[in-house]
Design a protein around this ligand. Structure first.
Ligand SMILES: Nc1nc2c(ncn2[C@@H]2O[C@H](COP(=O)(O)OP(=O)(O)O)[C@@H](O)[C@H]2O)c(=O)[nH]1
Ligand SMILES: *[C@@H]1O[C@H](CO)[C@@H](O)[C@H](O)[C@H]1NC(C)=O
Ligand SMILES: *[C@@H]1O[C@H](CO)[C@@H](O)[C@H](O)[C@H]1NC(C)=O
Ligand SMILES: *[C@@H]1O[C@H](CO)[C@@H](O)[C@H](O)[C@H]1NC(C)=O
Length: 432
């Protein structure tokens, strides 16, 4: 009897916990895409941010990950003001000098709008322009700029907006600088939560899956030629898909110019790595079972020469989009979407190697760090850890690249948005 009572009590407890989970999307997140049903429960209406007050921000621009950071900063600002963020416009192209070439693209062409609100429910909220009642003109808020516009002044301006005289407006429209350039007031873990809610729309997610299966297919063939000891099931299948490495080779000419300037300005000589250095360091990663496919995430059109496929150590099989025969998939899309597909391929790789001064690499490592935390792995310093990440621009152990995890307890996104040479494999577990 006592036993039964306890079992019952535990079942009730578990049931309650599942229902009262503070972040309901989390359990579901593991199996995203497969069977998702939008739910909007009336009981949630009072929680989270207000649905009748809005924030509007300027068009979001620059690279994919600069855009993601800008979006997160805008929506965290909206949360601070207890407002819904009006779905901002992203930019499909990378031209940032000529405004007319920015090619605005709606947020929901790339990311799933409903899933975003579902996953980030009670934390932040995105709204549509059709939600507006248009009763009053928006309040126009000019962001300050220049050296005198300090972080403190910026925050006090935001605080003023929470007072009735401004708060009574249905819409606060921020004018001036775009959100990537705003002062950063939010900790890394808040950004991480927003990034988790950014799920690609099905069409683009499927394209990324096609690329990944092509990579694994090639890996499987390569392994079947040599005698790699796989653990076969009784029916001859294998449990784990064939692993692959993704390397974000940041060697495009626009980057080379930028990083040389950055090295001079910051007096750090570990920012630019040429392709020989990248190949050499990747070759010294320990614990890799070979042969293994190395997917090179590069912007082919911006490359100076095509020699990135030669010079790799035996056992590392380099593939970029053309050799992989997936260029057909990418070429249908503008820059932003190409980059989003690459992001997904790198984010899901078994091993990722990037540059710690690239936001593209940094945000991939952030997502992988979160994945490791989710798997309960408390230190990625061991050899052969799944989802290991490395920074090739920094020398690590035994001539390899440096192990890299995101410091989830950092008070701002500074090191992620502007790069850092201070990377390590430690992570602060109290952050969660
Ligand atoms: N990985 C990858 N990068 C791309 C692609 N197309 C353009 N890029 C690069 O991505 C860069 C912009 O990305 P961004 O998010 O700003 O990252 P970061 O410049 O590396 O910090 C551009 O400068 C391009 O060189 C692509 O298809 N894949
Ligand atoms: C926003 O305002 C609502 C209603 O006034 C309140 O219940 C909620 O807790 C506030 N949310 C935040 C994030 O401050
Ligand atoms: C308010 O204005 C927006 C944009 O101009 C429009 O899309 C929306 O339908 C309007 N809402 C109402 C209730 O008229
Ligand atoms: C390097 O990063 C760690 C973890 O974020 C931090 O504790 C340390 O102070 C940083 N060191 C330097 C020199 O910035």
């Amino acid at each position: 009897m006592i036993c039964r009572f306890f079992v019952l009590a535990i079942i009730i407890l578990v049931f309650r916990t599942v229902h009262l989970s503070p972040f309901p999307g989390f359990h579901w997140f593991q199996q995203r895409g497969s069977h998702w049903v939008p739910t909007s429960t009336a009981s949630n209406l009072q929680l989270g941010v207000r649905r009748d007050k809005f924030l509007e921000v300027p068009q979001i621009i620059w690279g994919l990950n600069n855009q993601k950071i800008a979006l997160a900063r805008a929506i965290l600002t909206a949360r601070f003001l207890n407002r819904t963020l009006l779905m901002p416009s992203l930019s499909a192209s990378l031209f940032y000098k000529e405004i007319d070439l920015l090619e605005p693209i709606s947020f929901d062409k790339l990311f799933h709008f409903e899933k975003f609100n579902y996953l980030c429910n009670r934390f932040v909220r995105l709204g549509r322009y059709s939600d507006l009642s248009n009763q009053t003109e928006p309040f126009e808020l000019q962001k300050g700029s220049g050296r005198k516009w300090t972080k403190e002044r910026d925050l006090s301006q935001l605080k003023q907006c929470r007072e009735y005289s401004i708060d009574r407006f249905e819409v606060i429209r921020i004018a001036g600088k775009h959100p990537f350039l705003w002062h950063d007031h939010w900790p890394v873990k808040n950004y991480a939560k927003i990034f988790e809610c950014l799920v690609l729309v099905d069409e683009i997610e499927n394209e990324a899956m096609k690329v990944i299966s092509r990579i694994r297919e090639i890996g499987t063939k390569a392994r079947s030629k040599v005698d790699v000891a796989e653990e076969f099931n009784s029916d001859g299948s294998v449990d784990q898909p064939v692993p692959y490495i993704a390397v974000h080779m940041r060697i495009e000419k626009d980057w080379m110019i930028h990083c040389k300037k950055l090295e001079q300005k910051s007096n750090i000589n570990q920012i630019c790595s040429n392709k020989e250095e990248i190949m050499e360091r990747v070759a010294h990663i320990t614990g890799l079972q070979q042969p293994v496919v190395v997917y090179l995430a590069v912007a082919d059109s911006l490359l100076e020469d095509n020699s990135i496929l030669s010079g790799w150590k035996d056992g590392l099989l380099p593939y970029e989009k053309k050799r992989l025969r997936v260029w057909e998939i990418y070429k249908k899309y503008p820059y932003l979407i190409q980059s989003a597909i690459d992001y997904e391929v790198c984010s899901r790789a078994d091993v990722f190697v990037g540059n710690s001064f690239s936001t593209f690499s940094s945000i991939i490592v952030l997502s992988r760090t979160q994945k490791l935390i989710g798997l309960g792995i408390t230190s990625a310093c061991g050899v052969g850890v799944r989802f290991a990440s490395y920074a090739y621009n920094i020398l690590g152990e035994s001539r390899g690249p440096k192990m890299w995890m995101t410091d989830m307890s950092a008070p701002s996104l500074q090191s992620i948005s502007y790069g850092t040479s201070n990377v390590s494999c430690y992570s602060n577990w109290k952050a969660r």
